[in-house]
Design a protein around this ligand. Structure first.
Ligand SMILES: Cc1cc2nc3c(=O)[nH]c(=O)nc-3n(C[C@H](O)[C@H](O)[C@H](O)COP(=O)(O)OP(=O)(O)OC[C@H]3O[C@@H](n4cnc5c(N)ncnc54)[C@H](O)[C@@H]3O)c2cc1C
Length: 430
């Protein structure tokens, strides 16, 4: 059966698909693949837009390697099997009064897939999900198991390893006491948001905004952390169904489809979306606020630039889109994250601003993504490993101070390139 990723940008026809249910099965799978001369690739939920999860040889499907191994409410440390989907983690942590400190926009990914690509949310005080990793078990290219604690020198590489260093079987996360988020979502003038971006990201816990091309409005989302004991004010069920199911998914799918067939409709449709979306305040448990349902399929590219220049780069991207007159129905998303120590993190060593560019999946390919990519690259941009980009090892190496160290560790853990695929050959070399 041909495997397809969520964004329908990649396919694979593995020689065989295995469903390991234990670390011992993973070890055997790797050793058997080595004997047969086949590469091995674990796949999570297939939510990467890049070819990072493409398995040409043996595909390890991880739905049998899920669940909680251990949780310590006192230290906040939680060990999960690698294939655990993010959306089941809240119910696993609830009895221990814990939560993950930050999340991205959705919760369909596996924990191992999310950390392997550097999945992140927003908040100047918070790193991406891989910064929550304080321990891991990883099986290398020979089938040897390595147990890494937070002090192990390999952990900052393996915690965001692009699937290139081995198959992770367990991850230990540093969690926090469960908390609420107060969400304030508002349409605001784009120029005002960019002029005040720096103050906003310092004044609030989690700040982001969406911008629909062909409009001058930013749809801002500002989330404030509150203790679990604070009063909740969740969205009524009808409002969530109207906003998130009908407007953000059902109506949006119809308008994207129409704009895809008749691109000239995009500006009018986006101006209607600008009027109809984003004006609400609610308070709920953190996961219910961080993540939403995304039913409208799209393709995506995202770059990290130094946080301080995000407003200038955003203005340049807006000007480029207006100058080139591409008809784009999907909004751009702007976020921020704390600098971190993961060797291949897009936020390695610098607070980072993120600019994400989307296309409805049925839209014809044009030069929108490539021209925006050239601009972002010129601003010292680093591409999200799980999203579309055209970078190669040669031009990525200068942007990552620990790139050579990562390659040396890859040589040590996987000298035969058991975990290689065409994407890794492009971004890391053969
Ligand atoms: C609708 C949508 C919304 C998204 N929102 C965000 C967002 O808000 N923020 C963000 O940063 N990204 C976001 N992404 C990107 C997404 O989070 C990443 O691409 C993530 O890696 C997908 O996780 P997955 O479980 O689907 O992994 P996959 O895409 O299946 O795999 C990703 C990589 O992880 C490797 N891997 C998986 N399991 C293991 C393992 N056990 N050991 C070693 N390697 C392993 C795979 O081999 C592959 O290299 C979004 C994607 C979609 C489709």
């Amino acid at each position: 059966m041909t495997w397809r990723n969520w964004g329908r940008t990649e396919t694979a026809d593995p020689v065989r698909v295995l469903h390991p249910t234990s670390e011992a099965h993973v070890v055997t799978a790797i050793q058997q693949a080595a004997a047969d001369g086949l590469p091995v690739k674990p796949v999570g939920a297939g939510h990467s837009f890049s070819g990072i999860a493409v398995a040409p040889g043996v595909q390890l499907e991880l739905s049998g390697l899920t669940g909680l191994v251990a949780a310590d409410a006192t230290t906040g440390r939680v060990t999960l099997r690698a294939g655990t989907p993010l959306h089941v983690i809240p119910e696993l942590l609830a009895p221990h009064g814990l939560a993950m400190p930050n999340l991205g926009d959705i919760d369909r990914q596996t924990i191992s897939g999310a950390v392997a690509t550097g999945t992140h949310g927003t908040g100047l005080g918070f790193g991406g999900i891989a910064t929550q990793v304080v321990g891991a078990r990883v099986v290398d290219g020979w089938g040897e198991v390595h147990v890494l604690d937070e002090h192990h020198k390999w952990l900052p590489a393996v915690a965001l390893g692009l699937g290139a260093l081995g198959v992770v079987t367990e991850l230990t996360l540093q969690c926090v006491p469960a908390f609420l988020l107060e969400a304030v979502e508002r349409p605001e003038p784009l120029d005002r948001v960019l002029d005040t971006w720096d103050e906003r990201i310092r004044a609030h816990d989690h700040v982001e905004f969406y911008w629909f091309p062909h409009t001058r409005t930013a749809l801002t989302k500002t989330n404030t952390r509150l203790p679990l004991e604070a009063p909740t004010r969740p969205l009524p069920g009808w409002r969530r169904r109207l906003d998130d199911d009908l407007m953000a998914n059902g109506v949006f799918e119809a308008t994207c489809r129409a704009s895809s067939r008749v691109p000239a409709l995009a500006p009018a449709v986006n101006r209607a979306a600008e009027r109809l979306t984003g004006n609400r305040t609610f308070t709920d448990v953190s996961t219910a606020v961080f993540t939403t349902r995304r039913a409208v399929r799209f393709r995506e590219m995202e770059y990290a630039v130094p946080a301080a220049i995000l407003p200038d780069v955003a203005r340049a991207v807006v000007a480029l889109i207006e100058r080139r007159r591409w008809r784009v129905s999907f909004p751009l998303e702007f976020r921020v994250a704390a600098g971190d120590d993961r060797w291949l993190s897009t936020a390695h060593g610098r607070d980072s601003g993120y600019i994400a560019v989307h296309r409805y999946w049925r839209d014809a390919e044009d030069d929108y993504l490539t021209e925006v990519e050239a601009l972002l690259r010129d601003h010292d941009g680093r591409p999200h490993w799980g999203k579309m980009h055209t970078r190669t090892a040669a031009d990525l190496a200068p942007t990552y101070p620990r790139f050579a160290d990562f390659l040396a560790l890859r040589d040590q853990l996987d000298p035969d390139r058991r975990f290689a695929n065409p994407y890794l050959e492009r971004v890391l070399g053969a």
